[in-house]
Design a protein. Structure first.
Length: 95
């Protein structure tokens, strides 16, 4: 059985920063050096301070996602591909 990997505070701060940027926990867990999906969820369930910071980061992240979707809907350069059907799908699915 493998020993659990312990992460220092800087890694957990980076997890929260990624969430605040609108990334999902699954996407974060795929990044090199980041905790697994299960470890992030466990940290939320066992550490009340992290859970509160996680909830705050999610709120900011949701706003970031909304802002990006608005830019796609407006057709802003760098956010719009010109493919209307694809962009409708992005907006509907919230990606």
């Amino acid at each position: 059985m493998a020993w659990p990997v312990l992460y220092d505070q800087s890694v957990w701060d980076e997890v929260l920063a990624c969430i605040a940027e609108g990334m999902t926990v699954r996407a974060i867990s795929r990044l090199p050096g980041m905790p697994t999906y299960r470890m992030i969820i466990k940290q939320c369930s066992t550490d009340p301070e992290f859970r509160a910071a996680y909830q705050d980061a999610k709120t900011v992240g949701y706003q970031e996602i909304v802002e990006r979707l608005r830019k796609v809907a407006k057709g802003e350069e760098g956010y719009s591909t010109g493919d209307v059907r694809r962009e409708q799908l992005l907006i509907v699915t919230g990606k």
